[in-house]
Design a protein around this ligand. Structure first.
Ligand code: ZN
Length: 467
């Protein structure tokens, strides 16, 4: 048996031990949760063996039990400190706590790409990515409010130079209550303010609440009503704000706010479905990295990460000004536009008899569960059997494969007759920043966005433990 103590301790090891030590000390977890992690790490058979190997040295590969095999190649990056197991600076989650951690990662129904992104920064266990992928794909709430099948090519907007200088605004109605939706064109920070009514006075009051937190913007992009009413215009003028209204012939010019409306509606629907205060899901949105990026609206706008229930280091909660973000946002926009436009021209989707699906029409406000029972003569058309009802015919445009194991979603108790949602698999997504293209099932990748040392070791700095 090779003893670790006999192996030379490299500079990298020393550095990692220091990092792991400080991570374990500064984990802003409640004492109860720390205790639970320690207890479960100690009770976990595989982790106990790893701990033994860590202190006494690893046996030959063929003598390593099956459960420990996935860790063999990573053995030089595994550390035990203060009762926690680490892979580099990521916590190795004991088996009994994995499902809880997956739930926390998906809190607020954050989209799959973002869930994978944030989990890979913080945690490790074999097949973690697959487990998270499966959990999110099987989430009833997410499936019910998944995106529609049709997408138009994107019209990218101009990204402003400063944070909260240009904002999009719109009003949405949910469960017969109006809300003011405001989104920052730079950081994508979302504000969702309930209004007593849709009058100019109430809208101005909503704006004042938001401006009290972020200051006056230079420009507001919105639809016409009630934003271009005399009362609103007078208010904007008095605060040196210019209003750009979208043309009726070119409604997509307010695409950013429209997208924010879709995201907000999904937040409201999912919060109602889960009986959660919607403001918690707004927080999750603002705190989750933008799709395809490592930074969240909160990090971009406020230079800090908000503390949530997901374990995070104290260091990651310290303020950091994200530099060069303007260039990054422009780059991301062009990449995502081409990705998105490619996905619009995607191939025809085919179904087999017996396939579990979800279906909807243009009028439906969410997806419903069904099963393919017959293929029609006509192209792209199928008969769908519904739970206890006569089969109905649907085209592939209104069909998607189903992954959740529920028989039927519960009927919504709210009455939402306004525009249907466009997106939900990527709750935090934006057409300009993220690609709504289907996410492929991931291979379990241990190292993402890391760098290699001259000796070839993969290193991840501790301040990447952000959420
Ligand atoms: Zn979900």
């Amino acid at each position: 048996m090779l003893s670790r103590n006999n192996l030379s301790v490299t500079e990298h090891d020393k550095e990692m031990l220091q990092i792991v030590h400080s991570v374990s000390i500064h984990l802003p977890m409640s004492p109860e949760r720390k205790l639970l992690f320690r207890k479960e790490t100690n009770n976990d058979e595989t982790l106990s063996l790893l701990c033994k190997y860590y202190h006494e040295g690893w046996p030959e590969e063929n003598k390593v039990p099956a459960d420990c095999q996935p860790y063999y190649k990573l053995r030089n990056s595994i550390y035990f400190q203060s009762g926690f197991a680490f892979l580099e600076d990521k916590i190795i989650v004991p088996k009994n706590l994995r499902s809880d951690v997956v739930k926390l990662i998906h809190e607020g129904h954050i989209g799959i790409g973002k869930c994978l992104n944030r989990s890979r920064k913080l945690f490790y266990w074999p097949k973690m990515s697959q487990e998270i992928y499966q959990y999110v794909m099987q989430c009833h709430t997410c499936e019910k409010f998944r995106s529609r099948n049709c997408h138009e090519p994107l019209l990218p907007h101009k990204i402003p130079k400063l944070r909260f200088s240009k904002i999009g605004a719109d009003i949405l109605e949910f469960a017969k209550k109006p809300y003011l939706v405001v989104v920052d064109y730079f950081s994508h920070w979302l504000e969702l303010i309930p209004l007593p009514d849709k009058s100019a006075k109430s809208v101005i009051s909503g704006f004042i609440e938001i401006f009290s937190r972020f200051g006056f913007p230079v420009e507001i992009v919105s639809d016409n009503n009630p934003f271009n009413s005399k009362e609103c215009l007078d208010y904007f003028k008095s605060k040196d704000i210019c209003l750009t209204t979208s043309s009726p012939h070119y409604p997509r010019s307010n695409g950013m706010a429209e997208k924010a409306v879709d995201i907000s509606k999904n937040i409201l629907k999912k919060a109602a479905e889960d009986s959660v205060d919607y403001r918690e899901y707004v927080m999750s949105y603002n705190n989750a990295p933008l799709a395809g990026m490592v930074v969240s609206p909160s990090q971009i706008l406020n230079s800090r990460t908000m503390r949530t229930l997901v374990p995070i280091t104290e260091k990651a909660l310290e303020p950091v000004v994200i530099k060069n973000i303007h260039k990054l946002l422009i780059l991301k926009q062009s990449i995502n536009k081409s990705k998105f436009d490619r996905s619009v021209r995607k191939k025809e989707v085919k179904f087999n008899i017996g396939d579990e699906v979800v279906y909807r029409t243009g009028k439906d406000e969410y997806w419903k569960k069904g099963k393919i029972v017959k293929k029609c003569k006509e192209p792209r058309s199928y008969w769908v059997e519904r739970d206890g009802s006569f089969p109905i015919r649907r085209t592939t445009n209104h069909l998607k494969k189903s992954f959740s194991n529920t028989k039927q979603f519960k009927t919504s108790y709210y009455n939402d007759d306004s525009r249907a949602t466009e997106d939900n698999t990527t709750l935090n997504s934006d057409p300009m920043i993220s690609s709504p293209a289907r996410v492929s099932p991931p291979r379990d990748v241990v190292y993402d966005n890391n760098y290699c040392t001259r000796s070839g070791r993969v290193v991840k700095p501790p301040n990447r433990l952000d959420l």
